[in-house]
Design a protein around this ligand. Structure first.
Ligand SMILES: O=C(O)C1=C[C@@H](OP(=O)(O)O)[C@@H](O)[C@H](O)C1
Ligand SMILES: C=C(OP(=O)(O)O)C(=O)O
Length: 432
């Protein structure tokens, strides 16, 4: 039985306070650092995001070599194996980070995930880890999970080259284990680097745990080093904040307070403050959080390059569609290998209100010339939390929305629907 959500909003005003959970990205890094530091580093404000809770459970479980850790769909074909089976469900970041983490542990582990996870590429990272000295096999399809990490790591080299334009998570995964490698790591990033702020976040969090690095041109170097005894505090999730910015952008009047967020965040998605300034949203950092207010103003920005903040793409594209702002978007290449093919998902769902997202090579353009406002719109969510959350602000302009699979939001923001209800949205759960 799936729970769908019926979402309504009787007026176009939004005000109130929201306490967002901790950043999934910061938390997943902090948890791996904690595990690699043998407990010297402690994580504060562990996120409620299901992906982070799952990762914490796997890493904090005693004697990981003796018990099965199953979280997602059944993997009967490998359940008979004698290896540890770790099922990471739909958590891409955790999958990539654990691949590097288990590559340097002694025990044998099979790392698997949801059906979609088996379609999300891991070959680039596996190749890099093999060159470093890890023993990894593919259990099903070459280049994709599930993978078997066989232990007995013996470092062969410290110099590795890796493509930068597919996923920054591969780079982060390697950087996280770098200080634990006997000869350290000299990582050469080939070509363009996508999602750069996430790599910067990794290095900043390592730095906070006393792991130093150098980054010259395209080479990041980390020597073998000890973690300090310290704690890492996880800031609220700026990607989650983006949905509140979107709601404010579609409202006539907005006065929101998002607690705990700071202006100089490690999260690249804090750029939402600058992006939403184009839509009349002012962000004021005071009282230990950010205050959002809205003023009506013409939208002048026509091009949005989202290469550094891919998780904001759905939020911004839906806002532009809702406001008939026929903008152009670049930097969306990585969207096709996330929780779903987000380009296709956006195109399919926006078509339900007559909006087209037209692909022209690397550039995407919104066409709102045939847009209409339906009385009711059903939103398919494709196992993607951000499809649900990015389309929810449309409740300010469409009388009734129905979302397939409400709990999909748990991946990064489990309180999403209850927070909407607290701030005056009609939120009804229905069994389907
Ligand atoms: O490192 C991270 O925490 C993340 C990096 C990004 O992925 P890519 O580097 O694959 O774009 C982002 O989309 C993801 O949600 C989280
Ligand atoms: C892409 C995302 O997550 P992951 O890659 O960790 O599954 C996301 O949260 O938008």
């Amino acid at each position: 039985m799936v729970q769908n959500i019926i979402l309504t909003k009787s007026n176009k005003q939004i005000n109130g306070t929201v306490h967002l959970t901790g950043s999934k990205s910061e938390c997943n890094r902090a948890l791996i650092i904690e595990a690699l530091s043998n407990g010297k580093v402690k994580v504060e404000n562990v996120s409620d995001a299901a992906d982070a809770v799952l990762l914490a459970g796997i890493l904090r479980k005693n004697g990981i070599g003796s018990q099965k850790v199953l979280a997602g769909e059944g993997n009967s074909e490998i359940e008979n194996s004698k290896s540890e089976i770790v099922d990471i469900g739909p958590a891409g970041t955790a999958m990539r980070f654990l691949t590097a983490y288990f590559a340097i542990q002694d025990n044998e582990v099979i790392l698997t995930g949801s059906q979609r996870m088996k379609e999300r590429p891991i070959g680039i990272l596996v190749e890099a880890l093999r060159k470093l000295g890890a023993h990894i096999d593919y259990e099903e399809k070459e280049g994709f999970p599930p993978i078997k990490l066989k232990g007995s790591f013996g470092q062969q080299t410290s110099k590795i080259s890796i493509k930068g334009n597919i996923s920054s998570q591969y780079i982060t995964a390697l950087l996280l284990i770098a200080a634990r490698l006997p000869f350290g790591l000299e990582l050469h990033i080939e070509g363009e680097l996508t999602s750069r702020p996430y790599v910067q976040m990794t290095l900043a969090m390592l730095e906070a745990a006393n792991i130093k690095h150098t980054w010259e041109d395209n080479i990041i170097t980390i020597s073998n080093q000890e973690f300090a005894t310290t704690s890492l505090h996880v800031e609220p999730d700026w990607s989650a904040a983006s949905y509140w910015y979107a709601i404010a952008a579609l409202a006539d009047k907005a006065d929101l307070f998002l607690t705990g967020l700071t202006q100089y965040s490690l999260q690249g998605d804090s750029v939402i403050t600058e992006i939403m300034a184009n839509f009349g949203i002012t962000s004021q950092f005071k009282d230990g959080g950010v205050h959002l207010t809205k003023e009506a103003k013409p939208i002048n920005r026509k091009i949005f390059d989202l290469k550094e903040c891919p998780d904001l793409a759905q939020t911004i594209i839906v806002v532009c569609a809702a406001l008939d702002h026929e903008a152009t978007f670049t930097g969306l290449e990585t969207l096709k290998i996330k929780e779903t093919d987000r380009i296709l998902a956006l195109q399919t769902e926006l078509a339900k209100m007559g909006v087209k997202l037209i692909e022209k090579g690397q550039v995407y353009k919104l066409d709102c010339s045939e847009k209409f406002i339906p009385e009711r719109m059903f939103i398919n969510t494709y196992h993607d939390h951000r499809m649900a959350m990015a389309f929810a602000p449309l409740a300010l302009i469409i009388p009734q929305l129905e979302f397939e699979n409400g709990p999909v939001v748990d991946k990064s923001y489990p309180a999403f629907w209850t927070d909407l209800a607290k701030l005056g949205f009609g939120v009804e759960e229905i069994e389907k």
